[in-house]
Design a protein around this ligand. Structure first.
Ligand code: ADP
Ligand code: MG
Length: 257
């Protein structure tokens, strides 16, 4: 690995977060390399969105450090970090059309040309939908507009909170592939929150499994399948996937699985 790549690491060190009496994140440490897709996977309420908010700079942490490019950015405000997020509910403006939503974040940002915006629109195949109101878009189209709006700001890290959970099967797969090609094509480090083990294991290079605010396991899909770290990972990941496999066998027969 060259020096440049090393310096682009995102490092989280001993992150802790408490809301009132409740400890939501406890001693979270990990490293994410440039261009990697990492999923934060855990049941509802396990602290995933909180961790994403801490990385973004939206949520304060109580203890710990965040390093990016070798610099301590723990106290750097959100708008100076240069990361950007696609929120779970997309947070699109219903009174603006698709195009105006896409360029909204560029109001106060210089140096991004119309051609670059057009490239993103083409990449996400949004050309035919630009004039539409948000209420006229399908779920998949809304998600692509939300992705475009975030990508045009050229984030150094792309954060996505449950980007697939509101989408149906086939659309879900197509958005999944787009997220993968964005990460690959732009070498864009991408961190995705999900509660779905199949989604996490098929989408990401590495998965951080969180159980009640603590790291249960951090590894590649192979690591997790072959060597689940504890009984929680067994139950939450392996067992769920086995049930799915069983269902597919039942429907198609083992020969077609
Ligand atoms: P996840 O995204 O994994 O479902 P969250 O990070 O949203 O989980 O929440 C983790 C825990 O922290 C939950 O118990 C939630 O109720 C609590 N929590 C999240 N945000 C706040 C907040 N702003 N104030 C108080 N409690 C919160
Ligand atoms: Mg959440």
């Amino acid at each position: 690995m060259c020096l440049w790549e090393v310096s682009r690491l995102l490092k989280l060190q001993h992150i802790r977060k408490q809301f009132d009496e409740k400890v939501v994140l406890e001693d979270i440490s990990l490293e994410i390399g440039t261009g990697e897709i990492v999923s934060l996977l855990g049941p509802s309420g396990s602290g995933k969105t909180t961790l994403l908010g801490i990385i973004l700079g939206l949520t304060d942490m109580d203890q710990g450090k965040i390093l990016f490019n070798g610099n301590d950015i723990s106290r750097v405000p959100m708008n100076k970090r240069g990361f950007n997020i696609v929120f779970q509910d997309y947070a699109l403006f219903p009174n603006l059309n698709a195009y105006d939503n896409i360029v909204y974040g560029l109001r106060n940002k210089k140096g991004i040309s119309k051609e670059e915006v057009q490239e993103t629109i083409d990449f996400l195949e949004l050309g035919p939908h630009l004039k539409k109101r948000i209420s006229e878009l399908s779920g998949g189209q809304k998600q692509r507009v939300a992705l475009a709006r975030t990508l045009v700001t050229k984030p150094k890290i792309l954060l996505l909170d449950e980007p697939l959970s509101a989408l149906d099967g086939v659309i879900k797969e197509s958005i999944k592939q787009r997220i993968q090609s964005i990460a690959r094509e732009f070498k864009l480090t991408t961190i995705i929150v999900t509660h779905d083990p199949e989604e996490a294991l098929t989408l990401s290079d590495k998965i951080l499994i969180i159980n009640q605010g603590q790291i249960a396991q951090y590894g590649t899909p192979q690591d997790i399948i072959q060597q689940p770290a504890d009984a929680f990972v067994e139950q939450f990941i392996i067992r769920q996937l086995q049930i799915k496999r069983q269902n597919i066998y039942q429907l198609f027969g083992a020969a077609h699985a």
